[in-house]
Design a protein around this ligand. Structure first.
Ligand code: SF4
Length: 156
């Protein structure tokens, strides 16, 4: 089961998209130096098909993408909800910010338009750091390809 702590419109998390970012709690990753420790707690409201659609409808004319921030405690539900977005709002893309080191075997990359993989490691820095261990992939859902676009966060 997924719960969300809050949500917001963001502009930098997914390049070229206006994104509704949904912050999911119960994070199991325990990254050292976690920037959002409250998301490790069992807090918030239930995030399911009904609540997700209600939230997205509020911003339907403002956003191009819905991003699941976390959800590593229940990856199958994240994938299911991403598919709900694609089937309910055909013009919206989806993104998943996972703290896992690799995509779980039971998840298809084709369920998302963007996937961020990798936990936060202080020594390597955030996505804005050229030394980051994290990777943001843009998914070609028709051809099942992924392109590493992490460089888009780096200032030249
Ligand atoms: S994945 Fe994010 S929220 Fe979870 S422990 Fe790591 S930094 Fe904190």
């Amino acid at each position: 089961m997924l719960k969300y702590f809050n949500y917001d419109i963001v502009f930098q998390e997914v390049p070229d998209e206006v994104t509704l970012a949904i912050n999911i709690s119960n994070c199991p990753n325990h990254c050292k130096g976690c920037h959002s420790p409250w998301l490790q707690e069992d807090k918030g409201e239930i995030l399911n098909k009904e609540s997700l659609i209600t939230i997205v409808k509020k911003y339907i004319n403002d956003i191009t993408c819905v991003c699941f921030m976390g959800g590593d405690n229940d990856v199958v539900s994240v994938e299911d909800l991403s598919n709900v977005i694609h089937s309910t709002f055909q013009d919206k893309k989806t993104a998943w910010y996972s703290g896992k080191e690799s995509l779980p075997n039971n998840i298809s990359i084709n369920s998302f338009d963007y996937i961020k993989i990798g936990g936060y490691k202080q020594e390597y820095g955030s996505l804005k750091s050229k030394t980051t261990n994290q990777r943001l992939y843009k998914i070609d859902r028709i051809n099942s390809n992924k392109e590493d676009i992490t460089y888009r966060f780096w200032k030249k």
